[in-house]
Design a binder for this molecule. Structure first.
Ligand code: DC
Length: 221
């Protein structure tokens, strides 16, 4: 690789479409992709596996340090385990612990500066990529959508796995998790001042990706 890696920072709340956009951008440019939510999910599950409560600061910190040192950060769990609801709730709790965020910081920064497999760039998606992990990123997109639109998407997704799920429960859950992400003291989820806001409430996946690609091309010149 010659020259510094190009970093694309994608932030936003859950079910905003940020993960899909990040994955598609990475494929388009042949950049490495890191879904940073998976790191917090892995830590949350590790705490549960150790028999502790994800809100326990010491247990969460110990788990984050152990995982990051083992270089097995997301490989310790299956994709299905990491994407589960249990992991999601646990992740939002460990993510509020400053020492957990510190433990995961360098790994994410290294991914930006030295993307794996010698790729020329990296796309990271999360909550604090444009603000904390890579404030130097030339492209920052904050992908969002109304709470209603996001809850509807999540409801449709969950309905395929569990016929008893209700829209009201999904909406309540989403509001609670949003509040934990936004109100926490450590790196609260918020757009960077120089981020472009992309509201996907009324967009198809294809349209949202096309818009993100347009923004990226404009920023990269
Ligand atoms: O994007 P996700 O649903 O996989 O994220 C899981 C939790 O981790 C969510 O509560 C927000 C948190 N998170 C974070 O605090 N910082 C990140 N960079 C990514 C995720």
């Amino acid at each position: 690789m010659t020259g510094p890696a190009i970093i694309i920072a994608i932030d936003g709340p859950s079910a905003s479409g940020k993960g899909t956009i990040a994955r598609k951008l990475a494929a388009h440019f042949d950049f490495a992709w890191l879904d940073t939510g998976l790191l917090y999910r892995a830590v949350g599950l590790a705490v549960i596996r150790s028999g502790s409560d994800p809100a326990d600061i010491d247990a969460a910190t110990t788990a984050a340090r152990a995982l990051i040192n083992s270089a097995m950060i997301t490989k310790s769990f299956t994709e299905a385990e990491l994407r589960s609801d249990i992991a999601s709730v646990a992740a939002s709790k460990v993510a509020a612990v400053p020492a957990v965020r510190t433990a995961l910081l360098q790994f994410q920064k290294d991914f930006c500066t030295h993307p794996p497999e010698g790729k020329k760039g990296a796309v990271l998606d999360g909550r604090d990529i444009g603000t904390v992990i890579a404030p130097q990123a030339p492209v920052k997109i904050y992908v969002t959508a109304s709470t209603k639109a996001r809850a509807e998407r999540r409801f449709k997704e969950l309905q395929q796995k569990d016929e008893h799920v209700t829209y009201a429960a999904v909406l309540k859950d989403m509001e609670e998790r949003d509040a934990r992400d936004v109100l926490r003291v450590a790196a609260p989820a918020k757009p960077a001042e120089d981020a472009v806001i992309l509201d996907t409430s009324n967009m198809t996946v294809d349209k949202a990706f096309a818009e993100a690609l347009k923004i990226t091309r404009q920023k990269l010149g």
